[in-house]
Write a protein that binds this ligand. Structure first.
Ligand SMILES: [Zn+2]
Length: 108
């Protein structure tokens, strides 16, 4: 079984931004997950500048779904109180994120 890379190692700057975001919202239950999050795969929408990606703990459950707007660069989806998906809107930043993930052997 392959080891999926840690968010904090691959995208440490983004990881800390997400952590601070949830600390500011007093959602320590989510902020405390950041150090252990592993990136599973890229979004496969086909948009070349999309920087969205899924974590290994992603689950589908429409009943326990929360969506947070994140610094105008994207959204963060939390399902069953677990961060499952980070959407980074198509942008230069999205392209940058996608390129870094490719280099770390994360595809879709
Ligand atoms: Zn996408």
């Amino acid at each position: 079984m392959r080891d999926y890379p840690l968010l904090i190692e691959v995208l440490s700057h983004l990881a800390n931004r997400i952590k601070n975001y949830f600390i500011c919202k007093s959602r320590l239950d989510i902020a405390n997950q950041i150090d252990n999050l592993r990136i599973k795969e890229l979004c496969n929408c086909g948009e070349p500048d999309c920087g969205s990606f899924y974590f290994t703990q992603y689950v589908e459950n429409e009943d326990e779904y929360e969506c947070f707007g994140f610094e105008e660069i994207g959204t963060i989806e939390v399902i069953e109180s677990k961060i499952g998906f980070v959407e980074i809107f198509p942008s230069n930043f999205g392209f940058e994120i996608r390129s870094i993930l490719w280099k770390n052997n994360i595809s879709y």
